[in-house]
Design a protein around this ligand. Structure first.
Ligand SMILES: Nc1ncnc2c1ncn2[C@@H]1O[C@H](COP(=O)(O)OP(=O)(O)OP(=O)(O)O)[C@@H](O)[C@H]1O
Ligand SMILES: Nc1nc2c(ncn2[C@@H]2O[C@H](COP(=O)(O)O)[C@@H](O)[C@H]2O)c(=O)[nH]1
Length: 206
């Protein structure tokens, strides 16, 4: 019997909307997903751990990874590089396990070119004011960086139509439940298609 490949889920959206918060809660409740840890050149925030939150790289190391074709996608976001390790994603999907990416919009659009069969979810803020409150209240960025991230957010929201699903992050648990429903329905959809495909093959062979 042919082993089904895993499904690639991409959670994306503007900085501060709550992607990391929603993803962490989702992973407490959903144990069958594999999280792809990204590479970045940004400085480690207090409490972040290398190999858990990110793989932290120098600019030179990151540019070498790009040259070597080791990134599935990458983006320069507010003066730093961020990217997804290609081997980890491809090998995990090949093993039949689902992979979950939490990345910004430019990167998500690159993934869409290479993996159009991926499931693209856009996390949307209840309002732009609330988005600003969230970035500011997190307290991890200077005022200048908050403004840069908000400027970027407006461009990112314009790309929302390229996604398969839009989930409003009003309350964390609501958003997590909606993402879980999307994951279940994508599995059901693929099972149904596989059954139909099997039936067509059986009919043709009989
Ligand atoms: N539904 C929510 N209601 C209120 N606050 C929230 C909600 N979701 C997230 N937050 C808060 O908003 C802030 C930003 O969340 P988080 O860091 O998860 O965003 P992000 O989209 O991952 O940001 P970035 O893209 O910059 O990494 C955090 O302080 C978090 O606690
Ligand atoms: N294109 C990619 N974007 C990524 C990746 N990993 C994280 N991100 C996104 O970058 C911004 C900033 O993150 P922060 O940790 O500095 O707040 C945010 O939107 C992340 O989702 C990646 O591999 N590729």
């Amino acid at each position: 019997m042919i082993k089904e490949k895993g499904i690639l889920f991409i959670l994306s959206g503007p900085s501060g909307v709550g992607k990391g918060t929603v993803r962490k809660k989702l992973f407490e409740e959903e144990t069958d997903l594999q999280y792809s840890i990204s590479m970045t050149t940004r400085n480690r925030r207090p409490g972040e751990v290398d190999g858990v939150d990110y793989f932290y790289k120098t600019k030179e190391e990151f540019e070498q990874l790009i040259k070597d074709g080791q990134l599935l996608e990458y983006a320069q976001y507010v003066n730093n590089y961020y990217g997804t390790p290609r081997n980890y994603v491809e090998e995990t999907l090949e093993k039949g396990q689902d992979v979950f990416l939490e990345i910004e919009v430019q990167g998500a659009l690159q993934v869409k070119e290479n993996f159009p069969e991926g499931v693209f979810i856009f996390l949307f803020p209840p309002s732009l004011d609330e988005l600003k409150n969230r970035i500011v209240s997190r307290g991890t960025e200077s005022q200048e960086l908050v403004l840069n991230r908000l400027k970027e957010a407006r461009n990112e929201i314009e790309m929302m139509d390229a996604y398969d699903y839009v989930v409003v992050n009003d309350e964390v648990q609501h958003a997590v439940d909606k993402v879980k429903t999307i994951i279940k329905s994508e599995h059901l959809k693929r099972e149904r298609i596989a059954k139909q495909y099997k039936k067509i093959l059986e009919d043709e062979l009989s």
